[in-house]
Ligand binder design. Structure first.
Ligand code: SAM
Length: 339
């Protein structure tokens, strides 16, 4: 790949973001996407800032050292802060093609601290195939929680490193339950909570499959095939003011697959039933690029209706300006559903 066009595309992306970055900095956010290749001319390339770290990722072709030089130079010219640039190839090969280029450049800690809305989050510099601890496109969902969570109880399903849960707790949620089956992710979540002064009395992490947890809270049987599931934690039914449902596109578990494209209702039904009747809100996401918002919204409405809790309203929350979508079909869809 020639370095010229890449530098030109990147310059354009930085110019387009000028005003946005100023407003993000003003609100205490130093974590955002600088280049969103799919919409900005180079599918398979993303460049993100996490505080002092800028992370370039390739998901298709690798870049040549000359391209990396051009990216670094363009970023240094265009960004009004010091940073170190880390590069990761997550496309075919997975053989760490950028190690040589970055050897002399990347000194210091593997972990960095970054900020969003003035909150502190951990991010990881070096990772292979592992997402860096804070999903930046979900800022739009966290912003919604920031405005809605005060005094509310929150159930955060597929919590990962508890970005949404920490944001809700910092906004004054009365209690937050964060559920994920990955203990290492929840451990980062607890560290994120502690960094922001959120105490364990309001912030619970539950290492468990989300399906039986959500189903039990909803008053449904835990599910899973008899004989296939081992021990799991028991919960009494209860209603949360806010349920944040952000599943991966697909994942396998003992209680059945998470299949966002093929079977969203198996996730949404328990989420709706675990929301407080008349007044609860479910914030649901769908990361499958090929699914359009309207078709998905129809699935949500029909599912809630069949569950006996028709939605009182459903509205879309769009990703923020650092994730442009020039065709109006962003891969991440967020629906705020009043139950
Ligand atoms: C896309 S991430 C969720 C991101 C997260 N909501 C956030 O705000 O950053 C997917 C997470 O789902 C978890 N996961 C996948 N299937 C699961 C299941 N059946 N039960 C519990 N956690 C699951 C993974 O461990 C991972 O942390």
């Amino acid at each position: 790949m020639a370095s010229g066009p890449l530098a030109v595309l990147l310059e354009g992306a930085l110019q387009r973001r000028g005003g946005l970055l100023e407003s993000l900095h003003a609100e205490g956010t130093d974590s955002y996407r600088l280049f969103h290749g799919i919409a900005e001319g180079l599918p398979g390339l993303t460049i993100d800032r996490y505080g002092p770290l800028v992370l370039l990722q390739t998901f298709r072709e690798r870049l040549e050292p000359a391209d990396l030089d051009a990216v670094e130079e363009t970023l240094k010219k265009g960004l009004p802060f010091a940073f170190s640039l880390a590069c990761s190839h997550r496309g075919p090969g997975y053989d760490r093609p950028y190690d040589e280029w970055q050897r002399s450049r990347l000194e210091g800690a593997e972990e960095v601290e970054c900020r969003e809305f003035g909150l502190r989050f951990l991010a990881r510099r070096r990772h292979r195939g592992i997402d860096p601890w804070l999903f930046l496109d979900l800022r739009a969902g966290r912003r919604f929680l920031r405005g809605a969570a005060s005094g509310r109880s929150v159930l955060n399903l597929f919590a990962y490193t508890c970005g949404a849960g920490v944001c809700a707790a910092a906004a004054g949620a009365s209690e937050v339950w964060n559920v994920d089956f990955a203990s290492s992710s929840l451990e980062v979540g607890r560290r994120n909570a502690a960094l922001n002064g959120v105490g364990a009395e309001r912030f619970r992490t539950i290492q468990e499959d989300c399906l039986p947890v959500a189903r039990q809270l909803a008053g449904l049987p835990p599910g899973g095939r008899r004989g296939k599931v081992g021990r799991f934690q028991r919960f009494e039914p209860r209603g949360f003011d806010l349920v944040f449902l952000d599943p991966p596109a697909w994942a396998k578990g003992a209680f059945g697959a998470v299949d966002v494209e093929g079977d969203y209702p198996s996730l949404f039904k328990p989420a709706v039933l675990a929301a407080r009747p008349a007044g609860g809100v479910v914030v649901a996401t769908n990361h499958v690029a090929s699914v359009g918002f309207d078709a998905w919204a129809d699935v949500l409405r029909r599912c809630a209706e069949k569950a006996g809790r028709p939605l009182r309203s459903l509205r879309a929350v769009a990703p923020e300006g650092d994730f442009p979508s020039f065709d109006g079909r962003p891969p991440l869809k967020i629906a705020v559903c009043e139950v």
